[in-house]
Ligand binder design. Structure first.
Ligand code: NCD
Length: 306
């Protein structure tokens, strides 16, 4: 039984397999429509979510399976003081697989150690978010045809943005990737990511506060929301929240084949005027995420013949 807590729990070969299955699901959806019959996914969300929870649920339904859901901490026994470990032990009695989001870093690991079914980390605090990265990787593959040799700009809240940490980890395994880390001083990539991933693997990166100055170099621009819920005070959030707003004007300096990505939700980081630009990929990411979650569910509970 395998749980997915970190994107590095999947090898690059396994990621290739998931991409191949996701592509096949898109081509032959009917072949997958009954693969999870009789199986249940439990979604346990102790933090708000639209896309991640609903795409896990849509993924399971499209595989012919069923879903049981805890959509908020407030409506569960967590509100009475139950531990994550006890909650997942309980839910393991009802479901074949669990997707869990929690505000505390490390909660997914605690859950995986207590559950008797596979646990998928759907986001643990400011730490990581591996299935968003699967959506991101599939989108990059479909847009660019490759992972290697890309200049990837990551912009916004690089400190608390868990999707950023997982994406850097994932892309660091491919040759010739170069990161441009664009953030306010206060929201730089945490030093553990720089030390344990970028420096350790000798991956070239630069840090800047100036998006306009680097936008022309990028193959991918991954915008992120300033993570209000992880700030200690509202004043800092208000000061930093509009640090970067991508507008059609700023995009004029970008490559014609730039891919503009965002894990969503968007607050103010990308002007809606960009949504119709062919370079906008963020709603494609949403769709791709569902297919990758289908492929992951199949892999973890054996619907693909493993
Ligand atoms: C992200 C998250 O939850 O970390 N959302 C998502 O799952 N697509 C990004 C965010 O909330 O800013």
């Amino acid at each position: 039984m395998k749980s997915i807590i970190d994107i590095l729990d999947l090898s690059t070969d396994e990621i290739e397999e998931l991409i191949a299955v996701a592509e096949d699901i898109i081509q032959n959806p009917r072949a997958y429509a009954h693969r999870m019959e009789g199986k249940k996914l439990a979604t346990l969300f102790f933090e708000p979510s639209t896309r991640t929870r609903m795409s896990f649920e849509a993924a399971m339904y499209e595989l012919g399976g069923n879903v049981i859901s805890m959509a908020s901490a407030a409506s569960s026994s967590a509100a009475k003081g139950e531990s994550v470990a006890d909650t997942v032990k309980t839910v393991s009695c009802y479901a074949d697989i669990i997707a869990m989001r929690h505000p505390k870093e490390g909660a997914a690991l605690v859950a995986a150690n207590s559950a008797s079914v596979p646990v998928i980390n759907a986001g643990d605090g400011g730490h990581c978010h591996p299935t968003q990265t699967l959506a991101d990787l599939f989108t990059i593959r479909r847009e660019k045809g490759r992972f290697s040799g890309l200049t990837v700009g990551v912009c916004g809240d690089l400190k608390f943005g868990r999707t950023v940490h997982s994406l850097i980890n994932a892309l660091s395994r491919y040759p010739d990737v170069h990161f441009v880390l664009i953030s306010p001083e206060e929201l730089k990539v945490p030093s553990y990511v720089k030390r344990d991933v970028l420096a350790k693997k000798g991956i070239p990166y630069e840090q800047t506060t100036n998006l306009e100055g680097v936008i022309g170099d990028l193959d991918i621009l991954y915008m992120t929301r300033v993570q209000r819920e992880r700030f200690f005070n509202e004043e800092d959030y208000l000061r930093l929240r509009d640090s970067y707003i991508l507008t059609p004007e700023k995009l004029k300096g970008a490559k014609a084949d730039l891919s503009v990505m965002h894990p969503l939700p968007r607050v103010n980081e990308i002007s809606v005027a960009i949504d119709d630009d062919p370079r906008a990929c963020y709603f494609k990411q949403v769709k791709n995420g569902k297919y990758m979650r289908m492929a992951l569910i199949l892999k973890l509970i054996g619907g693909d013949g493993q």
